[in-house]
Ligand binder design. Sequence first.
Ligand code: MN
Length: 256
Amino acid sequence: MEKRTFLKTGFFLGLAAASTSLLDACKTATKSTSTAAAPVIPSPKMKRSGPFTLPPLGYETSVLEPHIDKMTMEIHHDRHHDSYVKNLNDAVKDTKYADYELEDIVSRITTSDEDKKIRNNAGGHWNHSFFWRTIAPGGGTMPEGVLLAAINSTFGSYDKFKEQFATSAKGVFGSGWAWLCVDKDKKLLISNTPNQDNPLMLQVAKQTGTPVLGLDVWEHAYYLKYQNKRPDYITAFYNVINWKEVAARYEKALAG
Ligand code: MN
């Protein structure tokens, strides 16, 4: 962990801890398939004290210009993400999830109607906390090392990976997310989820795994600058990925 450069930044300490335990929580996860047994839900490791809070972005809202504009970043973080946090605090009150850490909620949430508000807002909080670090500046223009080798062997090349990931992101009908995950066999997997679901939701996601890269394709993530042109936003996303962070997540997932 001490080798991970983002840990040097105080802003990221809380998120780093959350990310670590999220990855740990997935270690025992069993991928859901039509023939597989029910997923193994890891035991809760932490009890939370106090409400969920909005994590700071950790960088200026203008630094991803021109690919992602300042106003979108401000509204997306300060209003949309903040709403998920507030709604989550409201939703977990007086439920069995009231004292659970975020990753414990995410791994346990079900498709039941009574879980719906918690599912949407816990997903929204987790996904955005993850996303701000995925698109953080300073990560280089493309993957390197073992991550690049895995991308090449899984998808053929980095360009082919970009094509397949873009196809998945474009294929989300309405609102949702595209993901690059490490599956239970330690293989890279591209998937997508609707709404604020994510691959850590063992009882919800069709394809489960440990996310290393995620792209928000809700219209609120791109409409101010790109309007209906989601493909242009996806192309721009490749210019702002923090590949050092993605590589750190990948190596952690492999070790888990
Ligand atoms: Mn969003």
